[in-house]
Design a protein around this ligand. Structure first.
Ligand SMILES: [Mn+2]
Length: 380
């Protein structure tokens, strides 16, 4: 009776392995023929199948160490018993299965990038702005001296927690604007100084540790925002602590997200940035280059067309680590607090401020319509 033809790929690895085990148990000397019977295939199909399985073929076809079985020729008698067999082996060549195992091993500790699905619903009338006040990553503060500890780890926990809370509270506005208001990085060179004034700073601790943590934190904020908002725009404002750092930070993020159509990283040079949302115009600058009285009219001078096309205009600034809101003709000025505590220098200079981060929601026609706040105390 002819053996029914079964394609080798129709037999699962599990079925094949268990048939081989059963056959070896029942007929230790004629197990290949027995396995062929169990599976309803020809004995040569078993031999071919074994040749594709280096782990099993290593057990059954003796061959030199470091070689792989490249092929097997078997001569059977009329009872299905093996009369003779050629085992062909090849040195050094890896099977596809071995390559796959090597690749798996090499990438074992790399966490897979999870694509963040585009939110299904979105409100195109709304814009949510997440201003990040002077975060001073790598600033060191000694709690006993200034009232609260601060280092790289604490700064990361604070910012990622605040972002998660605020994104959770925010409406599903189509667009999110994440604004690093400047002084995101505490030091600007390996001498632990600012670039312009050369102030010596209290630092935790190495430049490379700071930039690793800084990029990681901003990435976490962006990706949290992507879970709620269809489009995320990021502006990195240059501060007086990160004249140089803010520039490479923007380029780094721009390259990181260049293939993601849902993320826009502003790379326009200069210290003043503008974002229009319907009748809303938002100006962004650190605030170290002039008092609000001087800067407020810069908006009309820089972007007269946008000034003319809008009704609700806002400046968002950092630098002073304290909340101040001031209304000028045609534009509001606001400075934001920071999540970071004061360092020894600012405490000695008698600066005292609350610590928080906010998310502000704007409507295309009516300007600011809602505001959410994360207080540092909420972390505990
Ligand atoms: Mn500053």
């Amino acid at each position: 009776m002819p053996t029914p033809y079964i394609r080798r790929r129709d037999i699962t690895e599990e079925t094949f392995r268990s048939a081989v085990d059963q056959a070896k148990h029942e007929h230790p000397n004629g197990w290949r023929a027995r396995a062929a019977k169990i599976l309803g295939v020809s004995p040569s199909a078993i031999a071919q199948r074994l040749a594709t399985r280096p782990d099993i073929s290593a057990e059954v076809f003796p061959h030199p160490q470091g070689h792989n079985v490249a092929g097997v020729s078997t001569l059977y008698d009329t009872d299905g018993k093996i009369v003779s067999q050629w085992v062909k082996s090849k040195a050094g060549e890896r099977t596809p299965e071995q390559w796959a195992a090597h690749v798996r091993e090499a990438f074992a500790d790399v966490a897979p990038v999870k694509p963040i699905p585009r939110p299904k619903a979105g409100n195109d009338r709304l814009l949510t702005v997440y201003p990040i006040g002077d975060h001073h990553v790598a600033m060191y503060a000694w709690g006993e001296e200034v009232g609260a500890d601060y280092d790289i780890k604490i700064s990361e926990r604070l910012l990622t927690s605040a972002a998660q809370h605020l994104v959770h509270c925010a409406p599903a506005s189509d667009t999110a604007l994440i604004v690093n208001l400047g002084d995101f990085l505490h030091v600007d060179n390996i001498k632990n100084e600012t670039s312009r004034s050369g102030h010596t700073l209290d630092v935790d601790t190495r430049y490379q540790a700071m930039i690793h943590a800084g990029v990681k934190m901003l990435r976490a904020v962006i990706e949290t925002a992507l879970s709620k908002h269809r489009h995320v725009k990021v502006v990195n404002v240059i501060g007086n602590h990160d004249d140089v750092g803010a520039q490479w930070l923007a380029l780094t993020l721009a390259m990181m997200y260049e293939k993601n159509p849902r993320v826009t990283i502003e790379t326009k040079p200069g210290k003043f940035h503008y974002h229009q949302h319907g009748k809303v115009l938002i100006g962004l600058t650190h605030g170290d280059t002039g008092k609000p009285e001087k800067i407020q009219s810069v908006m009309a001078a820089d972007v007269p067309e946008l000034w003319g096309a809008t009704l609700h205009r806002y400046w968002m600034t950092g630098h002073v680590h304290t909340r101040r809101v001031q209304e000028f003709p045609g534009v509001m000025w606001e400075t934001f607090r920071t999540l970071a505590p004061g360092d020894a220098w600012s405490r000695a200079a008698a600066y005292r401020s609350g610590r928080d981060m906010t998310a502000i929601v704007f409507d295309t026609d009516h300007g600011e319509v809602a505001r959410h706040r994360f207080d540092v105390g909420m972390l505990k």
